[in-house]
Every structure is written in C-alpha cells, then in structure tokens.
Design a protein around this ligand. Structure first.
Ligand code: ADP
Length: 352
C-alpha cells in the first residue's frame, strides 16, 4: 500500500578525482556535516593528483541450507560439488537463470547433517540477489535427481551472508571487492586538512586498527565508512540494509616520500551495488545515477556501470576517512558538528 515518499536532503560532494575522471557524488543524508566533510576530503584528493581504485573481485552470493539423513551423505554432496566435472554441468544449469549470471564458485560448509552451499556469480549491472537466487533454485532442482534424499530447508541459510555482519563476507568478499588509494601531499594535509602526516598515521593506528581490534570489530577498521556508504546508497537507489556488509572497510595510513606525504587507502571487500533493478529505477535515484554517468545497463560491457559505482563508493569513503580523521586529529570534530548540524536554516524544501 504505497502512500508516498519520505524526503531526505541530497548534497553533492566533489569533484572526486578518481582514476583520471571527476565525479560529483550525490549523498542523501540528514547529517549536515557529512557532505561538507566528504567534500573537504575530495578537495585534498583533487589537489594531490587524484585517487586510484582497483576492483579485486565481483560476485554476488546466495547460500541455501540442505539437510540429509546423515553427515556422511551431506559430505558426499560436498565432494560432488567440488568435483570440477560436476561443477561445469551445474554452471550451465545455473547460468540459464539470466544472460548476465555467470557462476564463479560454490563454497561448502557443513554443520552435522546440514550442508551450506555458498554460490557466487557475476550479475552484470544488477546488484544480483534475485539473479543469484534464481540460479540457485535451478541447481537445487537439478540436484534432486542425483540426491533425492536432499531436503532443501531454505534458499537462504545465512552463510550468504546478506544484511548481517559476518566474517564470510569480510574474508571472501560479496558484491564488489575494491581497494582505493591516494598519496596526499604534505602541504595539502596542512592547508586543507589542517593537521600533519605523523598525527594522522598515529591516530589511524591507535583508532582504526588498535581500538577496533580491542572492540572486537568485524570489518570495522575505519572511522565512518558507513556514513558515506549509506548516504550514497540512499541517493542512488541501493538497498540501504546492505550497508551492513557494504561498509566493511580497513583504512590504512602510512607516511611516504621520506615521511613528508601521506599514503591512505581503503579496502572494502563487500560493496553491494547495482545500476539496474530495485530502487535504481525511481526518478530521483535515477537522476543521481545519471549524475555519476552510471545509470542503467552498460550496453558495451554489462557490469561496467555497477563496478564503476562501487569504485566511486570506495573513492568517496577514502575522502570521508581523510576528512574525519583529520578533524579528530586536529580536535575539530565537536566544533564542526555544532556549526553545521545546529543550523536553524530550514532545508525541508531544498530537495524537491
Ligand atoms: P537483482 O538481481 O539485483 O535483484 P533485478 O532482478 O531486479 O536485480 O534486475 C535485474 C534485471 O535487469 C534482470 O531481469 C536482467 O535481465 C535485467 N538486465 C538488463 N540489463 C542488465 C545488465 N546490464 N546487467 C544485469 N541485469 C540486466
């Protein structure tokens, strides 16, 4: 029963100079500081020659749980799936689900009589949950011929793992795995970020690495990746609940060039984004994707738009990390929040 829309202010951060191209990054958020802060990070990156990204992996996952009468039978299916000859047959069955779905791997985990099959596949420009689920269903139907005693308990057995913090995504990746880096020049750190390289490196070690280790973090070795990921997800019609694993990020900082400049990187193993399907088709979200030049299906190379969107998310997180870490290192965090978040200006009509 749709009744309307909830409005969220949208701001633009940028230009983000990433892999030689400039992007204006749309962010939907009610946090006044966030766009301004990300914008400052973008400026530092731009003035230092830009950021570079590499896509390490691209595969959406779904893991059904199936049960047998014995652990021995569950193990037999595991070995069957791990046999390359059987895998090739199953890939043909799986890929019938869509012209864009291409099976990459089936990773098995056993708990007694229960087997969890983590299917991973490329999904073109779609985030891919529907696509991978259809492929999995095809394979399960096919397997019942050779394994009639297999009881399919659920198409999702949480070993996928969707919208829950889970080490499997942090270690194996889910969606797009991206690493993004930049070298920020010494004078830019001073003039734009109002801090110095040594303080940033020390803060990163003690906060993002040591502090997060003490807290028992799972993928949370960063300052605020989730802030940027959520804002871009909402603006571009992604599933905001997937912010859970899409925000997994380890931020690294190191002094380079004789200790003068700052090497900063973000490694994000599970960015789940698409440029077709779901909320991407809505008018405002579509306009935001268009602004980035990644709207819809990429005709020449299916998947290129979604992969570029993932790189932009990582580049924006890099900018956000730089700016917030600098604010904390310079002791400016509370002051800037008071200035931007306590604004009495009415922005309720500013996003029509
Ligand atoms: P999801 O799997 O992310 O939930 P949907 O099933 O809602 O996505 O949308 C994907 C649909 O878009 C599929 O029907 C697919 O055939 C179609 N499609 C068209 N072009 C592309 C493309 N370049 N990449 C992926 N899917 C595409």
């Amino acid at each position: 029963m749709p009744v309307g829309f909830v409005q969220i202010p949208v701001g633009i951060a940028g230009p983000l100079l990433l892999d030689g191209r400039e992007y204006s990054v749309p962010m939907a958020t009610t946090e006044g500081c966030l766009v301004a802060s990300t914008n400052r990070g973008c400026k530092a990156i731009l003035m230092s020659g830009g950021a570079t990204s590499v896509l390490l992996r691209d595969g959406m996952t779904r893991a059904p749980v199936v049960r047998f009468e014995s652990a021995k039978r569950a193990a037999e299916l595991k070995f069957f799936l791990e046999n390359p000859v059987n895998y090739d047959t199953l890939a043909v069955i799986f890929n019938r689900s869509s012209r864009f779905a291409r099976l990459q791997q089936i990773k098995c985990a056993i708990a007694g009589k229960n087997l969890y099959l983590r299917f991973s596949c490329s999904t073109g420009d779609a985030m891919g949950m529907n696509m991978v689920s259809k492929g999995v269903q095809n394979v399960l139907d096919f397997l019942t011929e050779d394994f009639p005693d297999m009881d399919v308990i659920g198409i999702s057995g949480n070993y996928c793992s969707d919208k829950k913090p889970a080490a499997v995504n942090w270690i194996e990746g889910r969606g797009k795995s991206v690493v993004c880096e930049a070298v920020i020049k010494e004078d830019v750190v001073k003039k734009v970020l109002k801090t110095d390289v040594a303080s940033l490196v020390e803060l990163n070690t003690l906060k993002n690495l040591t502090g997060s280790a003490l807290a028992g973090a799972l993928g949370g070795f960063n300052a605020h990746a989730a802030n940027i990921v959520s804002a871009i997800f909402i603006a571009t019609g992604q599933d905001p609940a997937q912010n859970v694993e899409s925000s997994h990020c380890i931020t690294m900082m190191e002094a380079v060039n004789d200790g003068k400049d700052l090497h900063v990187s973000v490694t994000m193993p599970s960015i789940e984004v698409g440029t077709v399907g779901g909320g991407t088709q809505l008018a405002s979200q579509s306009a935001c994707l268009n602004l980035l030049g990644v709207k819809g299906a990429n005709k020449e190379s299916p998947g290129r738009n979604a992969r570029l969107l993932a790189a932009i998310v990582a580049g924006s997180v890099l900018a956000g990390e730089l700016s917030l870490m600098s604010a904390i290192s310079a002791g400016q965090l509370v002051k800037s929040h008071m200035k931007y978040n306590r604004s009495s200006k009415d922005v309720s009509n500013a996003c029509c």
